[in-house]
Design a protein around this ligand. Sequence first.
Ligand SMILES: [Zn+2]
Length: 100
Amino acid sequence: MIKEIDFNLDKALQTGELPTQICSMCGKAFDEYDYQENVRFDHYFGYGSKYDLHHLDLNLCCQCTGKVLDWILPQCKHNPLMHESEAMACPSADCLNSEE
Ligand SMILES: [Zn+2]
């Protein structure tokens, strides 16, 4: 399996050479929409968690991303999900401090 995180989707679509990436949950090969979303959690756990010294490399297709969010969002005390229009109206602190 070829795993590439940074690649040119437009070029890959033109050449028909999408790297092989599968969804960690359902095992489906990523399609172009899955690549566009590129939902992944890549994290090394240090001390203080249940998964100390483990590396999480979770890749999710669009459908499984929806399943995970449907499960986790109702459990969040602070809603981490924001619609694009809300995000544009409330820029992050990084954007507010940017002089670019
Ligand atoms: Zn999936």
